[in-house]
Design a protein around this ligand. Structure first.
Ligand code: FAD
Length: 279
């Protein structure tokens, strides 16, 4: 097994509003991102695990990259606590109102700024924008192969062999590095934070000079991204309307204590079921 490694691994992670918290929704149904409680996008936990697994298995370094407002640094600390080596926060007011095209453009420039890479891992999608477009758009801009919905992979001879989730089964494909991989949520769960990682975060929080070395904060000028192609100006998407979806009422009837055949007949006859079907 000839591996030209260590592997230079990037992982893109996003901070999203915590959907379990009600605060942070405006009256018109849009997200008040400043007030919303925040969390690491759940899908990005699988991408982070894929990046760390690659490092554990083949050696290399993991760079976590995010684009967001200054509090997004929280998820970079989280990535370091799990074992990432360094991180980049792209933060710039001119990025506000970026759609996926503008986001992928800004992230493409950040990846280029971050240097040479073998693998860029992304989550499958986010729980806020939810488009699953950023990974593929990034791969197109970087002009490297992309593997989407990846649930297993191995590296050999500077190639990646991966199993993708496809409708009704799985597909195994192979391509040369460098590549962009979006990781499915059937991939293995993110391992616990490491003691060394947690101690590293504590050290960075005490030592500002060291923090700036490990977690770089950059703006559009630093990464040499054209501001006209970012933020509102660079976003062709127009939100025509936002609708509030009413809560779906649910009623639960538990039938038990009889043989299953009688329970099924009872269920079919039951007024409750007819009501449910009507509504
Ligand atoms: C008109 C409009 C205005 C918007 N304004 C804002 C705004 O002001 N602020 C805002 O936060 N969002 C805003 N959004 C949402 C924003 O465009 C999307 O959240 C963003 O483009 C990512 O798309 P997505 O969430 O669908 O990601 P997906 O394509 O579903 O994400 C796939 C993967 O890409 C990576 N990724 C995606 N986004 C990022 C990121 N920012 N940093 C690192 N990795 C990432 C992650 O690995 C993620 O799992 C706006 C959207 C529209 C349409």
């Amino acid at each position: 097994m000839a591996l030209l490694l260590p592997v230079n691994i990037f992982v893109l992670i996003k901070q999203v509003p915590d959907q379990s918290a009600k605060a942070g929704i405006n009256a018109d149904g849009t997200i008040d991102r400043a007030k919303a409680k925040r969390m690491l996008n759940p899908f990005d936990r699988y991408a982070l695990e894929a990046a760390l697994h690659t490092k554990r298995t083949y050696g290399g370094t993991v760079t976590a990259i995010t684009m967001g407002p200054p509090p997004a640094v929280e998820i970079l600390y989280e990535a370091i606590a799990h074992g990432a080596d360094r991180a980049i926060l792209l933060s710039d007011r001119r990025l506000a109102a970026s759609d996926t095209l503008a986001t992928a453009f800004a992230l493409f420039n950040t990846v280029r700024y971050a240097g040479a890479f073998d693998l860029v891992f992304c989550g499958l999608q986010t729980t806020d924008g939810d488009t699953a477009q950023v990974g593929p758009q990034l791969a197109e801009r970087l002009q490297v192969p992309q593997i989407t919905y990846c649930e297993w992979f191995e590296l050999e001879d500077r190639n990646i062999t991966a199993r993708r989730v496809v409708e009704g089964g799985a597909q195994t494909i192979r391509c040369p590095l460098p590549a962009v991989v979006t990781v499915a949520n059937s991939y293995q769960r993110l391992a616990y934070k490491t003691l060394r990682g947690v101690q590293r975060v504590q050290q960075l929080q005490r030592d500002e000079a060291e923090r700036q070395k490990v977690i770089q904060t950059v703006n559009l000028d630093d990464i040499q991204a054209d501001p006209v192609r970012c933020g509102l100006k660079g976003s062709p998407t127009i939100v025509a309307a936002t609708e509030k979806v009413g809560e779906i009422g649910g009623r639960c009837v538990i039938l038990q204590g009889k043989p299953v055949e009688s329970l099924v007949s009872e269920l079919v006859r039951s007024a409750a079921l007819k009501d449910m079907v009507k509504s």
